[in-house]
Design a protein around this ligand. Structure first.
Ligand code: GLA
Length: 403
């Protein structure tokens, strides 16, 4: 999530949320041909993600458990032999950006969406991959500014497109790292690795337990008959990147005070035995991260065992920790969790998902409960907050690849 993304979302609407991959492919193909005057040769996709548990743990070298979702970025592309990369934003009136792959690639000031993509080409080159020119038309339906990783999907789909066009040997996890480098250096958000990793490496029907230090993943099957519901609070938020980066710096500071490489290496016992004042901001930040790591690993075990009640307990606890220790929830988000936890009870769980300060909640529950949960949100949310929610029912999808 980034300010760039938010600025875009305030101005323009992305293409239909319920568009299938085939619809998106056709849309990209049509626009490509209309603008370029010849048909695209190659089509790739990269999904957005929802994080089931493990928030603000990734940049602390910890654990996360996201899954890739049905909403994605789709690219139609073809090689060019003149070294020019032309980016066409299908959802925004085919607005274009172009740059020379053989020159120094830098961010632009006006087309902020293009920076995520420029950065990826820049870092592919920096890693020694032989990339050349390309025409790239991009469309997508990941909700913008919702904390569902539309920017990561843009980065990963760009890496995937270059991989396909130029037969690059780049691994999926390296595409993820390159996407993260782009976000840090071309978009100014010091994000962790979760979003890019799940977009690049997701597995259908599974969440991934990801160790953000080693980048090892473990696929965790989402039991049959269990559905993922995402409720977008549609709370307008601002200065997300600044707040995000500040939280990251607080976590790094407290790790340093504890004499640890990262908060991943600290325990609650060590935190409590330290001279860090209980109840201080940095104490609370560390308390969230350390306990969230434990919850994430335990939640993966519970999901693997099909124990939805335990999964739910960890999700509720995660939410409380984000609310009181990390202090990144807003009243509307807390309200969604309250409404849904009343419906779900011990049959699953719900929590805020993503970077915070608005965005979405994620709930896991028996599929048979979805209608009742939707109705509860539709009955209570707008009436009490004055904001209309958006609801997405998702299934775990494969990560980026050729279409
Ligand atoms: C954003 C970042 C991720 C992660 C989450 C919080 O989505 O891009 O790297 O830190 O926030 O868990």
């Amino acid at each position: 999530m980034s300010i760039n993304e938010l600025q875009l979302s305030n101005e323009l609407e992305p293409c239909a949320k319920n568009a299938s991959t085939a619809d998106l492919k056709q849309r990209a193909a049509k626009a490509f041909e209309a603008v370029c005057g010849y048909p695209a040769t190659t089509f790739v996709q990269a999904p957005g993600r929802v994080n089931l548990i493990g928030e603000h743990t990734d940049y602390n070298d910890g654990f996360v458990m996201p899954c890739a979702i049905d909403y994605k970025a789709v690219v139609a592309c073809a090689k060019r032999d003149d070294g020019i990369v032309r980016l066409i934003s299908v959802d925004y009136d085919n607005v274009q950006d172009s740059f020379d792959v053989n020159a120094d690639i830098t961010p632009t000031d006006d087309k902020l969406w293009a920076n995520y993509m420029r950065g990826v080409v820049h870092f592919l080159k920096e890693k020694g991959y032989q990339v050349g020119g390309a025409d790239i038309a991009i469309t997508g339906n990941v909700p913008l500014g919702a904390g569902l990783s539309s920017s990561a999907s843009l980065e990963v789909v760009t890496g995937q497109a270059m991989k396909a066009l130029y037969d690059l040997t780049v691994k999926q996890s390296e595409i993820a790292l390159i996407g993260q480098a782009s976000e840090h250096n071309f978009a100014g958000c010091l994000c962790g690795i979760m979003d890019q990793m799940i977009s690049a490496c997701g597995e259908k029907g599974h969440a991934l337990l990801l160790d953000c230090r080693s980048l090892k993943t473990k696929a965790v099957h989402i039991p049959d008959g269990v559905s993922i519901m995402i409720v977008n609070s549609n709370v307008p938020h601002s200065l997300v990147d600044g707040a995000y980066n500040a939280l990251r710096h607080q976590c790094e500071e407290v790790a340093r005070l504890l004499g640890k490489k990262a908060l991943r290496d600290a325990t609650l016992t060590e935190l409590n035995a330290s001279s860090i004042e209980k109840g201080s901001d940095i104490y609370k930040r560390a308390h969230h991260v350390i306990s969230e790591n434990e919850r994430t690993v335990a939640c993966a075990d519970a999901l693997m065992a099909g124990d939805l009640q335990k999964v739910g307990e960890h999700m509720y606890a995660s939410h409380q920790s984000m609310r009181h220790d990390f202090e990144i929830t807003v009243p509307e988000i807390d309200f969604i969790v309250e409404i849904l936890s009343d419906v779900i009870g011990t049959q699953g769980g719900v929590r805020m998902t993503g970077g915070g300060f608005g965005g979405c909640c994620v709930a896991l529950m028996p599929t048979t409960m979805i209608e009742q949960a939707k109705q509860a949100i539709e009955t209570h949310y707008e009436v009490n907050t004055g904001i209309k929610e958006s609801i997405y029912i998702c299934t775990a999808q494969d990560g980026a690849g050729l279409i």
